[in-house]
Design a protein around this ligand. Structure first.
Ligand code: NDP
Length: 358
């Protein structure tokens, strides 16, 4: 097993600082208590050193009361979507974490900024570039910060792979393959509703393929070409695409071939260089991305041993630390909007059958 060199924890977004006193931590209100907030983000925040959950916003008061009890959140800090704007009067809330269906991200982000709070918002940032622009403008007007939930930006094996690529360990990159997908169930869920989801597999999971092609190449694409498909006799795919494949062309000549699906499991990135290949397989798990490398003259893939990082602690503490002036802002609104710009190009290409400049 090959071992990664002297990559420090700090470099991978893992803070080596001592934890802040509880009353100094950034207080978060979670907006939308669905699966991701309850199963990953709230437990993740309990492992953080610089932030803490202090409030909940939910359309289901009983669920909110149970979650509040579980995390020691004061019941007077439970809000609903109607009285959400009154978070402005609660000084315990420094920031909100928007974990709502995609089509609600823009409205609830803008309302949070108007209430004078910082915002973390889940991916995809919004349904359209115009919404992204409005979100960024609202943050600027309020003098508050916006971060998008790109958890892979804090994943140690992913960052180690990017390092290896930038260090030229497999020579100049030629081709990137990025595949993400899962088999979706319940046809009545919001992910299959165009207004709430903004699109299908591309918006939800294909955005990981797109984001990976950008961070693995280190470039911005100039051109896209795409196909989408949906079997309209399948009750799940009445409104949104089931499969999407898209190609990206980068200025250096690197080509990326990306797949996304709501009807098969895919989770793998491969970077082909002139002198070898880097593989992340799985490419975007919540934990345990596996990085392997094959160098010229050394036959076969070798696993690279990377000290794992906690993506959720990384992104939430990273945001809190950046607000405190102790680190850079990563995964900004501009980053989220860039993905949306390219996604709009991908949909346009699929619709027109033409290559689209982005
Ligand atoms: P869920 O369906 O599990 O939860 C969404 C929650 O939003 C609901 O539980 C509900 O909370 C609230 N909500 C408010 N209005 C509606 C509505 N009209 N329809 C449905 N829900 C509504 O979704 P997820 O938690 O899986 O996803 C939420 C966001 O997080 C999405 O943007 C998704 O892309 C993102 N996500 C990101 C992941 C990542 O790895 N970064 C992984 C999974 C999701 P309540 O009942 O409290 O009002």
């Amino acid at each position: 097993m090959a071992t990664l060199g002297a990559a420090s924890l700090a470099k991978f977004g893992v803070s080596t600082l001592l934890a802040a006193e509880p009353d100094k931590r950034l207080g978060f209100a979670f907006v939308g208590l669905g699966g991701f907030a309850r199963d990953h983000l709230l437990p993740g925040m309990m492992r953080c050193k610089f932030c803490k959950p202090v409030a909940l916003v939910s359309g289901h008061p009983e669920k909110a009361a149970t979650v509040a009890n579980q995390y020691g959140i004061d019941s007077k800090n439970i809000y609903n979507y109607d009285n959400y704007d009154s978070i402005k009067d609660n000084p315990q809330i420094d920031a909100v974490y928007i974990v709502l269906p995609n089509g609600m991200h823009a409205e609830y982000t803008i309302r949070a900024f108007q209430a004078g709070k910082h915002v973390m918002c889940e991916k995809p940032m919004a349904n359209t570039v115009a919404e992204c622009q409005a979100m960024i403008a609202a943050g600027k007007a309020a003098g508050k910060k916006l971060q998008i939930g790109y958890r892979m930006h804090w994943d140690a094996p992913t960052l180690a792979c990017i390092d290896a690529l930038r260090n030229g360990e497999i020579g100049p990159i030629q081709i990137i393959e990025a595949e993400t997908g899962f088999t979706i169930g319940d046809p009545t869920q919001w992910r299959l509703n165009r207004k709430l989801a903004g699109g299908g597999c591309l918006m939800d999971i294909g955005i990981y393929s797109l984001s990976a092609a950008r961070y693995l190449s280190g470039e911005e694409p100039t051109e896209v070409f795409a196909h989408t498909y949906h079997d309209t006799s399948d009750p799940r795919f009445k409104e949104v695409e089931q499969n999407c494949d898209f190609q990206l062309k980068f200025p250096s000549g690197v080509l990326a071939s990306c797949l996304s699906s709501y009807d098969t499991n895919l989770n793998r990135y491969v970077v082909h260089g002139r002198d070898g290949q880097c593989v992340l397989d799985p490419g975007q798990p919540y934990e345990g991305a596996k990085f392997q490398i094959e160098r010229r003259h050394i036959h076969g893939l070798q696993a690279v041993d990377v000290t794992p990082s906690d993506q959720f602690v990384g992104e939430m503490d990273g945001f809190a630390q950046a607000i405190n002036g102790n680190g850079p802002f990563k995964a900004t609104g501009e980053e989220g909007m860039q993905d949306m710009r390219i996604i709009e190009g991908i949909y346009e290409s699929a619709r027109t059958g033409e290559r689209v400049k982005v």
